[in-house]
Design a protein around this ligand. Structure first.
Ligand SMILES: Nc1ncnc2c1ncn2[C@@H]1O[C@H](COP(=O)(O)OP(=O)(O)OP(=O)(O)O)[C@@H](O)[C@H]1O
Ligand SMILES: [Mg+2]
Length: 258
């Protein structure tokens, strides 16, 4: 803890408050995330997890509070700004384009930024793109048999793998995953957890949102618990069990929690 507090967080949120009309979704939320660390963000339905990650990514603008990346206060005008700053977000509904190929999905919206590499003679080099997409996915341990196939032909688990692979392939500093193991079978979930570990090994800061407490306990270094829009606990994963975590999430073990 002393070592961590001497480092500059790669991402810091300070005193974030957010309303949707009269609903207060986040109240005075402060968190820090560091390179090479996986944070679990947990809480009941409606606790504010997705709202918080949308503040990180620039979908939502906080009513008050600060977003600080690498020690510099930032103001996102759109999600594009956070992406340009090296923050990739996988939303709860993954947002792949079903009718496009896997390669096209990996490069969706990036064709311009990669134009030196792929935009030869003014057109996108489809073959080079598919090849590089495969390599990007393989780099994080995801293998898909035929990348030419469109996303609509993939299983739910494969789609999720592509969405995560895309996020990790582009993330420079932070990757935020909102329920990436939702609807996945045991084997695919295990693969996603391995991909998260590989992102940590690459030095990324990972924020992992999940209702699966065993998954959170397996893969994270630190857990932040949100309840009704407030941080109620922020502690090393080693301090939790499934039972104590459940108690902290629901507020039923207040006497034993901190
Ligand atoms: N677009 C919106 N408009 C109005 N209220 C919203 C909107 N999105 C979320 N809320 C409200 O804000 C609060 C936090 O919701 P949020 O989606 O952040 O929760 P969550 O922790 O992600 O829940 P879940 O586990 O169900 O995904 C809830 O009270 C929810 O009803
Ligand atoms: Mg959510």
């Amino acid at each position: 803890m002393t070592i961590a507090s001497e480092r500059t967080p790669v991402l810091e949120l300070r005193n974030i408050t957010l309303h949707y009309g009269s609903v207060e979704a986040l109240h005075d939320v402060s968190i820090k995330s560091y390179a090479g660390e996986v944070i679990g963000l947990v809480g009941d339905n409606g606790a504010g997890k997705s709202s918080l990650i949308k503040v990180i990514s620039g979908v939502n603008t906080a009513d008050s509070g600060e977003v600080i990346v690498d020690g510099v206060r930032r103001h996102w005008r759109s999600p594009h700004d956070s992406m340009a700053a090296g923050i990739e977000t996988l939303y709860q509904d993954s947002g792949l384009a079903p009718d496009l190929s896997i390669g096209s999905n990996i490069f969706l919206g990036r064709e311009k930024r990669r134009s030196g590499l792929l935009g030869r003679l003014g057109f996108v080099d489809q073959r080079a793109m598919e090849k590089e997409a495969l390599e990007q996915l393989a780099r994080v341990g995801i293998t898909i048999p035929a990348t030419q196939r469109t996303v609509s032909e993939l299983s739910g688990g494969q789609r999720q793998a592509v969405a995560i692979g895309r996020a990790i392939a582009w993330a420079k500093h932070v990757i935020v995953l909102d329920e990436p193991t939702n609807h996945l079978g045991a084997r695919q979930s295990a693969e996603v957890l391995n991909v998260i570990k590989s992102a940590r090994e690459q030095g990324l800061s990972v924020i992992f949102i999940s209702h699966s407490l065993p998954h959170v306990l397996e893969v994270t270094d630190r857990i932040i618990v949100l309840r009704l829009g407030r941080v109620v606990r922020d502690a090393p994963t080693s301090e939790f069990t499934v039972e104590s975590l459940l108690g902290t999430i629901t507020g039923l073990n207040e006497s034993t929690g901190s």
